[in-house]
Design a protein around this ligand. Structure first.
Ligand code: ADP
Length: 405
C-alpha cells in the first residue's frame, strides 16, 4: 500500500509518498509560501534511486487546496509520475501537533475527530488550524481514501500526573486543561522502537533517554517503552534551549519584562519563541554557524553552546534519576544526528553514571544508527536517525490494520 504523509503548516505543506511494501520513498517534497505571490513547489521523485528526478515549480499558490492539487498532478503525471492515479494511494497520514488529552493513539479521521482536533485549537493556536486545513483539503481531494491523524502529543499521554501537573491552582487544569503535554512524540516513539531493535530487547522492556535535538529540542524519559516524562510542556517552549526558543526560564521574567521593559504579552511570547534560545544569546540559530563562530573566537557563540549543552546535561541526569535503570541514551534529529561536539558536551561529566563516550566513534558520520559509547560504558549511547514521515506512515497502516481485524 502507498501512504501519503502530510505535514500541513500555516503556509506550507510537507509531503512524502511511501510504498509500505518495502518502505521506499516514492516522492518527497514541500509546497512553500502558500498565499504569497511567489509560491514554490519542490518535489523529488524516486529519491536516491536511479530514476531520481527533481522538480521545482515557482508560481503563485493561492491556498492549501491548490497546492495539494499541484502535488497530486506531479505524483500522477503521465510521463514522470510515480503513481497512475490517486486510487493507488491507499491512505493519507496527517501529522497533527496537539491531540490534547483526547488522543492517546493515532486515529482514523472522521467528523468527530476533526471536531476534537478543533477543540484543541486554544492549546496550539498556530499549529492545529494549519493541520486541519491539510486534513480538510486531503479529505476533499482524496475522497474515499482513508485518512489517519498521528498526534505529536499521543506518545506522552502515559506521563503520570506527578510529571504533567503544574504546581498552579488545580482549577486551571480542570477548567482549561493547563498541564504538560509534550511534543515530538512520533520521533521519540520511533527512535524508541529502533533502539529496542538494536538492543535486541522487546520495546516493553526498554528504559531510554531519547534526546531529539533539531530546530526544536526535547528529551523524553522512556520506561518500559512508554513516555513517563518529557521536557516540552503545555507548549513546545518549555525545556531545552532551542534554536530560537528559550526553553525553561523563571516564569517571573514575564511580569518583570512587562513592568520594566514595557513589553506586552504578545511581544514577550514572540520573543520567547522566535528571538531567544541560541539566537537570543549569540544571534545565530544554526549550530553549524555557531561552531564556525566559536572557532573564530566569538565569545557569545561559545556561551550559547555552553548554555545549551549544560541544560542538556542537567536533563539527561535528571531523567537517569527518574528512570533508575537506563538501557541507552539515544541522540536524534538534525543536531543530535550530526553534531559530535554537542553530543560530547551534553554527556560531559556524566561519567559518575558510568557513561563513557567513545570520542573517535562519536566523530564519525553515518546515515545508519551508530553506537558512540565505549564498551565499558554502563549506559550505551546510540545515534539513531529519526524518520517522522515513515513513523506516521507505519502508524497509519497499523490503524487501518487494527480496524480490519
Ligand atoms: P526540525 O526541528 O526543523 O525538524 P532538524 O531536525 O532538521 O530540524 O534540525 C535542524 C538543525 O540541525 C539545524 O538548525 C542545524 O542547527 C542542525 N544541523 C543540521 N545539520 C547539521 C550538521 N551537519 N552539524 C551541526 N548541526 C546540524
Amino acid at each position: 500500500m502507498n501512504v501519503l504523509v502530510i505535514n500541513s503548516g500555516s503556509s506550507s505543506i510537507k509531503f512524502q509518498l511511501i510504498d509500505m511494501g518495502d518502505e521506499t520513498v516514492l516522492a518527497s517534497g514541500l509546497v512553500e509560501r502558500i498565499g504569497e505571490p511567489a509560491g514554490l513547489i519542490k518535489c523529488t521523485l524516486c529519491p536516491g534511486g536511479s530514476a531520481e528526478n527533481e522538480i521545482k515549480i515557482e508560481s503563485e499558490i493561492a491556498d492549501h487546496q491548490s497546492g495539494m492539487r499541484r502535488v497530486v498532478d506531479i505524483l500522477t503525471d503521465e510521463e514522470n509520475g510515480v503513481v497512475q492515479n490517486r486510487d493507488e494511494i491507499g491512505a493519507v497520514g496527517h501529522r497533527v501537533v496537539h491531540g490534547g488529552e483526547a488522543f492517546h493513539q493515532p486515529t482514523l479521521i472522521d467528523d468527530d475527530v476533526i471536531e476534537a482536533i478543533s477543540r484543541n485549537i486554544p492549546l496550539a493556536p498556530l499549529h492545529n488550524p494549519a493541520n486541519l486545513d491539510g486534513i480538510r483539503v486531503a479529505r476533499d481531494i482524496f475522497a474515499g481514501i482513508r485518512q489517519v491523524a498521528v498526534f505529536d502529543t499521543a506518545f506522552h499521554q502515559t506521563i503520570p500526573d506527578r510529571a504533567h501537573i503544574y504546581a498552579l491552582p488545580y482549577e486551571l487544569y480542570q477548567k482549561h486543561r493547563v498541564r504538560r503535554y509534550g511534543f515530538h512524540g512520533t520521533s521519540h516513539k520511533y527512535v524508541t522502537g529502533e533502539c529496542a531493535r538494536l538492543l535486541a530487547k522487546p520495546v516493553s522492556e526498554c528504559n531510554l533517554v531519547t534526546i531529539h535535538l533539531g530546530n526544536g529540542c526535547s528529551m523524553t524519559a522512556v520506561e518500559n517503552g512508554r513516555s513517563i516524562d518529557t521536557s516540552f510542556g503545555m507548549t513546545p517552549l518549555e525545556g531545552l534551549v532551542m534554536g530560537t526558543r528559550s526553553g525553561d526560564i523563571d516564569p517571573a521574567i514575564h511580569a518583570f519584562l512587562h513592568r520594566n521593559n514595557g513589553m506586552s504579552v504578545e511581544e514577550i511570547d514572540q520573543m520567547l519563541n522566535k528571538a531567544s534560545g541560541l539566537k537570543g544569546i549569540c544571534g545565530m540559530n544554526d549550530m553549524r554557524d555557531i561552531h564556525a563562530a566559536v572557532a573564530d573566537g566569538d565569545k557569545l557563540a561559545r556561551l550559547a553552546l555552553d548554555v545549551q549543552t549544560y541544560r542538556n546535561r542537567k536533563y539527561i541526569a535528571s531523567y537517569i534519576a527518574v528512570l533508575g535503570r537506563v538501557d541507552s541514551l539515544v541522540f536524534t534529529a538534525g543536531i543530535g544526528e550530526n553534531d559530535d561536539i554537542v553530543r560530547a558536551r551534553s554527556v560531559e561529566g556524566l561519567e559518575i553514571f558510568g557513561i563513557v563516550l567513545d570520542e573517535d566513534v562519536n566523530k564519525q558520520r553515518a546515515k545508519e544508527p551508530i553506537l558512540i559509547s565505549r564498551k565499558e560504558s554502563s549506559i550505551p549511547i546510540w545515534v539513531i536517525p529519526t524518520n517522522e514521515e515513515l513513523a506516521i506512515a507505519r502508524e497509519s497502516v497499523s490503524v487501518l490494520n487494527d480496524r480490519e481485524n
